[in-house]
Design a protein. Structure first.
Length: 123
């Protein structure tokens, strides 16, 4: 996978995690509101496209799957779900998303550090 595609994949994964955190935060904010139901967004198709792009790394197909993930991410909408908000579940989701977001930013920081090293030629 080229550097541009690697950075694009991390950008898409960060955007995905941000949207997941947004859905969880909506549910957390509405948890105490009487009669408020939970909302969900299905990001499985986006995650599958990102996985397929990673598996196709280095081929002509990785860029196609990244574009597909970007398209699917733009179409993922929030849908109401029957039943009340499970606050514990939403806080756990927010915590998991936060950990994944931090890991992805670390990957991006290391990628940029390697690029900076390649440009400047020093450590």
């Amino acid at each position: 996978m080229s550097h541009e595609n690697q950075i694009e994949a991390v950008r898409l994964a960060l955007t995905l995690r941000q949207q997941q955190a947004s859905v969880a935060s909506i549910n957390i904010a509405n948890a105490a509101r009487p009669g408020a139901g939970a909302v969900r967004a299905d990001f499985s198709a986006v995650e599958n496209a990102l996985r397929t792009a990673a598996l196709a790394a280095g081929s002509a197909e990785d860029g196609h799957w990244l574009a597909e993930a970007d398209r699917l991410l733009g179409r993922a909408g929030v849908q109401p779900v029957e039943g009340p908000v499970n606050l514990d579940e939403q806080v756990a989701e927010m915590s998991a998303v936060s950990t994944e977001f931090q890991a992805l930013t670390e990957v991006l920081n290391r990628q940029f550090a390697l690029m900076r090293l390649a440009v400047t030629g020093r450590s």
